[in-house]
Design a protein around this ligand. Structure first.
Ligand SMILES: C[C@H](O)[C@@H](O)[C@@H](O)[C@H](O)C(=O)O
Ligand SMILES: [Mg+2]
Length: 448
């Protein structure tokens, strides 16, 4: 039972200097410092439980998101948690419809990232209070889940009744699928093997580390993603190198991070088609729905699908991408959309259109969060693993209190109550910007 009045909301700017090693680099984000606006919600309940929420950002972007979280805080403070989750749809709408803040959104950009951080903290707290891993796998009543979704702007594609029906059908065989997750986990792919800033030598090392016997964490990947898009000759060389290393059978995906215009995307991918990519991710602007549709159509003869979503603003854009046949793989993001609430609506729309969801993860904490959503998708919505997998990157998990568990290249279901969002206080202190120990040193060195 949800309890307590929200007595405090704090938000911190936590950054990791990942750019120093080229980790996370791509054709557009050449110096990413993986960062989080880290929200903690406290209540006056005697249990002393706190809710932790993050949104993923890059370096300097974090300070802007922190401002936006502070601007939203009054919607949460002094509210009874029971009232928040008792009318979660209403609360979601309250946050996203703030008469002044929606002008700098609505439901997009900084203000929506901040909404996600706050709502992620609410989901974490609610789940902890109920002693559940997540509300998603454990909730017996699809009506409760449906009541968390704001259907505004999507009823032409998904009504409340449609959602309920999908979730009701998802009850069939749920026990077996739960069992399957507990024993085999959810299939993962790795991106850590081929960031754009990695040298060929590093490329050669990293996939080998994921091979039998050599791997630090004893997982053997079958699916790999390589960053492309900056220089076509370079891409050909790197893709050849990786394809040779992983062999012809393993799955390869490519990610251009929005680098190209529409015709350029098609032309570029015809040069990389020989390496048999399953998909090209974010070939062009994330806002260009018809552009994605044109690229999808042009790449059909090459057997390459289009994947997108990590910078898709909200459920409305996802709705249109689905309506326009603009993607073959849909990539939800646990921190860009409005938390579980909005992600649920997208999972349900994807089910309706028969498009597999392959979440974006990585960054800092994204794997920890999105595993809950995708395992739920399998157990209660899609009921399928065909053409489905969840991204995994091998960075920064050590800073989380409940880090993901990867076994045999699969996400093993989280077992601790909550949304796996809590970071170790020691890590937060060290990496807080600009006065954490790590940044003090780095900033001092930059001055000298
Ligand atoms: C800046 C980031 O590392 C991105 O490159 C990353 O999220 C990427 O697009 C991905 O698909 O993992
Ligand atoms: Mg990507």
């Amino acid at each position: 039972m949800a309890r307590g009045r929200v007595s405090r909301l704090s938000v911190r700017d936590v950054r990791f200097p990942t750019s120093l090693g080229g980790h996370g680099s791509d054709a557009m984000h050449t110096d990413p410092d993986y960062s989080a606006a880290y929200v903690v919600i406290e209540t006056d309940a005697e249990d002393g439980l706190k809710g932790y929420g993050i949104t993923f950002t890059l370096g300097k972007g974090t300070e802007v998101v922190v401002c936006a979280v502070n601007a939203l805080a009054h919607h949460v403070l002094n509210k009874d948690l029971r009232d928040i989750v008792g009318d979660f749809r209403g609360f979601y709408r309250q946050l996203t419809s703030d008469g002044q803040l929606r002008w700098i959104g609505p439901e997009k950009g900084v203000v929506h990232l901040a909404t996600a951080a706050v709502l992620n903290a609410v989901w974490d707290l609610w789940a902890k209070q109920e002693g559940k891993v997540t509300h998603l796998t454990a909730t017996p009543d699809p009506r409760t889940l449906v009541s968390c979704i704001d259907f505004r702007y999507i009823t032409d594609v998904l009504t409340e009744e449609d959602a309920y029906e999908i979730l009701q059908k998802g009850q069939i065989g749920k026990k077996e699928r739960e069992e399957h997750m507990l024993t085999g986990g959810y299939p993962a792919y790795t991106t850590s093997c081929a960031w754009l800033g990695y040298s060929d030598d590093t490329l050669k090392q990293v996939p080998a580390e994921a091979g039998p016997g050599l791997n630090r964490r004893t997982h053997v990947f079958h699916r790999f993603k390589v960053k492309v898009g900056a220089d076509v000759q370079d891409d050909v060389r790197r893709c050849r190198l990786i394809r040779d290393m992983i062999g012809p059978e393993k799955t390869l995906m490519m990610d251009a991070n929005q680098r190209w215009d529409v015709p350029e995307a098609v032309e570029w991918m015809s040069k990389l088609a020989e390496f048999k990519p399953l998909w090209i991710e974010e070939p062009t602007s994330p806002d260009d729905i018809l552009g994605h549709a044109a690229i999808s159509k042009a790449l059909v003869p090459l057997g390459i699908g289009v994947a997108t979503g990590e910078q898709c603003h909200n459920r409305v854009i996802f709705k249109q991408l689905l309506q326009a046949n603009a993607l073959q793989f849909l990539q939800i993001d646990s921190c860009r959309l409005g938390s579980v609430n909005e992600n649920l609506s997208v999972l349900l729309m994807a089910k309706k259109f028969g498009i597999p969801v392959c979440p974006h993860a990585g960054g800092v904490g994204l794997c920890e969060l999105v595993q809950h959503l995708i395992i739920f998708d399998y157990i209660s919505v899609s009921a399928s693993l065909d053409n489905r997998m969840c991204e995994y990157v091998d960075h920064l998990h050590e800073h989380f209190k409940y880090p993901v568990r990867i076994q045999e290249a699969s996400y093993m279901p989280p077992m601790d109550a909550g949304y796996s969002t809590e970071m170790k206080e020691e890590s937060v202190k060290k990496h807080q910007y600009p006065d954490g120990e790590v940044w003090k040193k780095l900033l001092a060195a930059q001055k000298n």
